[in-house]
Design a protein around this ligand. Structure first.
Ligand code: ADP
Ligand code: MG
Length: 520
């Protein structure tokens, strides 16, 4: 065989390049929808037959193209979106490589009708070869029809998935894209049946319409997200939708940050359901790392990671403070004021929990919380904690946190494990005087558990005394947030005024008290 180097003809180059961008009907649809979005369309309609292999049409009402641009658009590396590589630093469009139309046209029967509002153009190509260009009538916007996909690349055709799985994939894709563009209406028609349709909506309405209700919402500097509760977590990540500058991406980094934000609410194998938008200066993201732009690279991973994690924590903290696992932290002296946003959950419980709303945490001093709720209130946090812990452990079905690693603790040889288990502590013997703890009541800090156990033994298994003794011994300070969480949780206790040993937990501070102090 003669091995001589030749330059590949343009249509072969396009077909080879097409391998990267146009993998299947879904990836074609993605490119075309992105073009319609870049063209500022307000309505995008997709119609397919036979999973998009036979026929795929996309219609938009965007800015359209002039006759000259229409001709150029199907040439490789022809784009209106960037002029130089530096423009990637300011990129606000979805496309930028100028490859999609040329690639799609090179592996199909391709036809495009477009109008910039002045003149309509209709062009067609077959397997990348130009067929005709005629003047036509069309309102401003663009219609692209792709049929007989891969008719000239049989090898590619062979590797295609079934019609059904292509439809599923395309539907998920259009739904996903629609999440990030609530002001655009989308419709998706499959073999004559409309299977998805959304009209212009607000962001919340769109998310709710496509994915159902979300319980938690939170915003940070450059991220905002919607989170479903831990009970809706799955063993897969398909319910996770991540957008970076409105592009849907797959990001193990972000998934992990969100998961960490859920904390001990989730076991190791479960993945939360959420939709998260990250909006960054285009300079801070590299979108040019994946042919289908499915992955991105951040210039500062760790900052994004922390921000996402915080955003999730905040979502739960604001809206469901009663379920947040509480860990001990030293109080942060710089955060003396903190306004709490009443959540929906709390809103509903307003009548039964008179102290919950319109309160402002002032500061924590040595285990005492001062808060304002019309009057000034003083709360003994150790007392509050002992009451909460006591009632929680007394219940038959306690809220628990599964520990990532079992905790090993020394215990008396003759200890009665059943009694301990009844407190909501999952544990088992692993030695003659040693147990492994797998789960703890949600309010029990892991590091403090051995201390609790010794209080339990010293107080001869009397829970009232043990919980008070344990909390009195806690050395470390309480943060303001933790103080408020305890205060709120206290409101749900049967007795919220006294600790299990009958000591008062909180009191209103009145002018006469203050006068008394001063005159004493
Ligand atoms: P890219 O999107 O990377 O620029 P494409 O091959 O996808 O490359 O598109 C080439 C050009 O064709 C775009 O830059 C744009 O100017 C034009 N174009 C494509 N689709 C549309 C559309 N639906 N409406 C208006 N212009 C379009
Ligand atoms: Mg494009």
């Amino acid at each position: 065989m003669e091995l001589k180097i030749i330059r590949l003809p343009e249509d072969v180059i396009n077909q080879i390049a097409a391998g990267e961008v146009v993998e299947n009907p879904a990836s074609i649809m993605k490119e075309l929808i992105e073009n319609s979005l870049d063209a500022q369309s307000t309505s995008i309609r997709v119609v397919i037959e036979k999973g998009g292999f036979e026929y795929l049409k996309i219609e938009d009402d965007g800015v359209g193209m002039s006759p000259e641009d229409a001709l150029l658009s199907v040439e490789r590396h022809a784009t209106s979106k960037i002029r130089s590589i530096e423009d990637l630093n300011e990129l606000t469009t979805m496309g930028f490589r100028g490859e999609a139309l040329a690639s799609i046209a090179s592996v199909s029967e391709f036809s495009m009708k477009t109008s910039d509002g002045k003149e309509g153009t209709w062009i067609s190509l077959s397997g990348g070869r130009f067929q005709k260009r005629v003047v036509c009538a069309r309102n401003q916007g663009t219609t692209i029809e792709v049929s007989s996909l891969f008719f000239n690349v049989p090898a590619r055709k062979k590797f295609q998935k079934s019609v059904a799985s292509s439809v599923t994939q395309m539907r998920r894709l259009i739904e996903t894209i629609s999440l990030a563009h609530p002001s655009v209406s989308f419709s998706f028609q499959v073999d004559g049946m409309e299977v998805f349709k959304v009209e212009e909506q607000t962001q919340e309405e769109r998310i709710q319409a496509v994915l159902g209700p979300f319980d938690h919402r939170s915003e940070g500097r450059s991220v905002f997200g919607f989170f479903k509760g831990p009970q809706e977590a799955k063993t897969h990540r398909r319910d996770q939708f991540i957008f970076v500058n409105l592009r849907p991406v797959v990001s193990p980094l972000i998934s992990k940050a969100v998961k960490i934000g859920y904390g001990t609410r989730l076991s190791e194998t479960m993945h939360p359901a959420f939709t998260l938008f990250i909006n960054l200066d285009p300079k801070e993201v590299d979108v040019n790392v994946h042919p289908q732009k499915r992955e991105v690279r951040f210039s500062d991973d760790s900052r994004i990671f922390r921000e996402v994690e915080k955003c999730v924590e905040k979502a739960f903290f604001q809206e469901m403070p009663l379920q947040k696992p509480i860990f001990f932290q030293d109080s942060d002296p710089f955060r003396m004021h903190y306004d709490f946003v009443p959540s929906q959950v709390l809103e509903e419980e307003k009548n039964t929990l008179p102290f919950l709303l319109n309160e402002r945490a002032l500061f924590v001093m040595d285990g005492y919380l001062f808060l304002e709720k019309e009057d000034l209130l003083l709360v003994d946090l150790r007392g509050a904690k002992s009451r909460i812990l006591y009632e929680e452990m007394k219940k038959s079905s306690q809220e628990k946190q599964t520990l990532l690693f079992p905790l090993e603790v020394e215990i008396q040889e003759d200890a009665n494990l059943e009694e301990i288990q009844a407190l909501g502590i999952e544990c088992r013997w692993i030695g003659r005087k040693k147990i492994a703890v797998d789960a703890l009541p949600i309010l029990m800090d892991v590091a403090q558990f051995p201390l609790f156990l010794s209080s339990w033994e010293e107080e001869k298994q009397r829970l009232e005394r043990a919980s008070v003794r344990f909390c009195r011994q806690l050395k470390r300070g309480f943060s303001l947030e933790e103080g408020m969480l305890l205060w709120r949780r206290l409101q749900t206790c049967q007795d919220s005024l006294y600790d299990p040993m009958g000591r008062k937990i909180w009191k209103k501070i009145e002018t006469k008290d203050v006068e008394g102090w001063l005159r004493a």
